[in-house]
Write a protein that binds this ligand. Structure first.
Ligand SMILES: [Zn+2]
Length: 203
């Protein structure tokens, strides 16, 4: 995923003319929803990038293995998803960031080249560390707040109408249990809608 000729510091979309978009799934793995998301992606022939939380990945190693085995990318959304790190000193923040990357490197046995900050928070120390370490921060072009409220088809369709080459779509495979089935239904609708517009899903 995100193979850059030159790495910008902050990425909200990928620079490409190809009809490809980047699906990203945050906050997992989740025991209930992630397997169903993986099933659906396989059925729809779509690949995505999972920005996992290190501590959750450790709880569900088989799910991380499955993501990799099925061709998806797995990158870091921090080790613990705690916002308090943003208030630490630069050195403390650096420890958290490097530990997050190293921890997931050990779990996935592959190099961690990018980072998605929890809640997409960007602080000047985090921006400067990403430059120092050569780790781009990946944000998004489209979001639905699907971790706090049910993701519905009308919102998905509105986004599909506006999709452009290189757009990054933020979703969450970690869903409240009561929202997982509507999330899956809308995800299937969205994937088909985007495909109808001639777009493929890139990692
Ligand atoms: Zn998150």
């Amino acid at each position: 995923m995100f193979s850059f000729k030159r790495s910008p510091l902050l990425i909200r979309k990928i620079n490409t003319n190809k009809a490809e978009i980047y699906l990203t799934f945050d906050d997992g793995p989740d025991a209930q929803c992630t397997p169903a998301v993986l099933d659906l992606l396989r059925e729809e022939g779509a690949l995505g990038t999972f920005f996992v939380i290190g501590d959750r990945a450790r709880k569900y190693p088989a799910l991380v293995e499955r993501m990799i085995h099925e061709g998806h990318s797995v990158f870091s959304h921090s080790i613990d998803h705690r916002y308090r790190h943003y208030f630490r000193s630069r050195a403390g923040l650096k420890t958290w960031l490097t530990e997050s990357l190293r921890d997931l490197e050990a779990q996935t046995k592959s190099q961690q080249k990018v980072f998605r900050p929890p809640a997409g928070v960007l602080t000047p120390p985090l921006m400067s560390l990403s430059q120092e370490l050569g780790i781009p921060l990946i944000l998004w072009t489209h979001r639905f707040y699907d971790s706090t409220r049910p993701w519905i088809e009308s919102a998905a369709h509105k986004s599909a109408l506006k999709i452009r080459p290189g757009d990054i779509v933020l979703l969450h495979d970690s869903q409240k249990s009561q929202n997982c089935s509507i999330f899956l239904k809308t995800l299937r609708f969205y994937l088909q809608d985007v495909k109808k517009r001639g777009f493929l899903f890139q990692i």
